[in-house]
Design a protein around this ligand. Structure first.
Ligand code: NAP
Ligand code: ZN
Length: 350
């Protein structure tokens, strides 16, 4: 038994533009909650995934993993959420809960593979469909609470862009006395700047040009450089303790690794399809590290939301209707977004 929902997705193939479709959501099980989705952020991953850049997908494909809304129905055994609660769902909707990583609260590294919000095989064998939709049914443990201090529309991008940058900043100790560089000032990048600044780090933005400098400085950066200027890499050599690369395309990582100081780490959260070659001799110099990081666990996602509410941090968004999604994607691909598109889910049925 299922319930129909309005959605936007690629109906039959990776080459399709997004179109209005009707999808089915499972009925609420004992531990499930049904969420009436109010807003969903537009992540660059939505584009990589739907267009098959990360490998073949099943269609229809419905992207969207920055979901916020209101609980509409709860299962008989649900204890964490109640009808009317303001809640969010990020990139995962389930995991095994039994492996060491899940038990440590790092469900995104579930050794049996976490169930992603879209493009995964769910427990019932169906293909998961994401948040460009009017409702979703999710097991209660993978639903987080949106604190009162955050409006729902601006809270949406925190569910991916927020946690994906918060987690490595925390893990690698961004804070007072640490020099942190953020590469790329898009959806993830602008959250990384705000979060690293709020954690007390000294923040530098490394963007393709200086066109967003004013905004970057307002968000908390104390310096801003264009990577199109070769002098940037000379001026900033051996400067940073931590670099977070949020770029969605292939870049010359070795040039950025050269900006790390002794024992510094470059963490890539950007996920281009192509491999990113790293020269070992660049790592040898200054005993540098190169790392990756994937979203964050459920407990840490709640911690990040509470941190944002406490520090008055919110993503900067452009609210759009569903019919504008295809144009919005083209603008994301041109790095022409300030700084995250968010879909108003009430426009999905139009
Ligand atoms: P986005 O809004 O498009 O931001 C990416 C930024 O990268 C752009 O704003 C641009 O910044 C820079 N950029 C784009 N193309 C570039 C190029 N050819 N050369 C140099 N810089 C370029 O994307 P997003 O939503 O923040 O996502 C960023 C990446 O993170 C995507 O690959 C996404 O799939 C990935 N991601 C990973 C995780 C994870 O768990 N690891 C989670 C979410 C997203 P400037 O204009 O400032 O140069
Ligand atoms: Zn995302």
């Amino acid at each position: 038994m299922t319930t129909s929902a309005h959605a936007y997705g690629a109906p039959t193939s990776a080459a399709d533009p997004l179109a209005a479709i009707t999808i089915e959501r499972r009925d609420v099980g004992p531990l499930d909650v049904r969420i009436d989705i109010q807003f969903c952020g537009v992540c660059h991953s939505d584009i990589h995934f739907t267009r098959g850049e990360w490998g073949p997908q099943q269609y229809p494909a419905v992207p969207g993993h920055e979901i916020v809304g209101v609980v509409a129905e709860v299962g008989a055994e649900v204890t964490r959420h109640a009808v009317g609660d303001r809640v969010g769902v990020g990139c995962m909707v389930n995991s095994c809960r039994d492996c060491d990583n899940c038990k440590a609260g790092e469900e995104q590294y579930c050794t049996n593979g976490s169930t992603l919000t879209y493009g995964s095989i769910d427990r019932d064998g169906t293909n998961t469909l994401g948040g460009y939709s009017s409702s979703v049914v999710v097991v209660e443990d993978f639903v987080v609470k949106v604190p009162d201090g955050l409006e729902l529309d601006v809270a949406a991008p925190l569910l991916c862009a927020g946690i994906t940058t918060y987690s490595p900043l925390r893990h690698w100790g961004a804070g007072p006395g640490k020099k942190v560089a953020i590469v790329g000032l898009g959806g993830l990048g602008h959250m990384a700047v705000k979060l690293a600044h709020a954690m007390g780090a000294e923040v530098t933005v490394l963007s393709q040009s200086l066109s967003k400098q004013e905004e970057g400085m307002r968000m908390g950066a104390s310096a801003y450089y264009a990577t199109s200027d070769a002098d940037t890499f000379k001026t900033l050599k051996n400067s940073f303790d931590l670099i977070i690369n949020t770029v969605s395309a292939k870049i010359d990582l070795n040039a950025f690794l050269g900006l790390l100081t002794l024992n510094g780490t470059l963490v890539s959260v950007g996920a281009p399809a192509e491999p990113l070659p790293v020269g070992v001799f660049t790592l040898f110099g200054n005993r540098r590290s190169f790392a990756g990081s994937s979203i964050g666990g459920i407990r840490e996602t709640q911690e990040m939301l509470d941190f944002c509410a406490e520090h008055g941090i919110a993503p900067e968004i452009e609210l759009i209707e569903a019919s504008q999604l295809n144009d919005a994607w083209e603008r994301v691909l041109r790095s022409d977004v300030r700084f995250r598109f968010v879909v108003d889910s009430s426009t999905l049925s139009a």
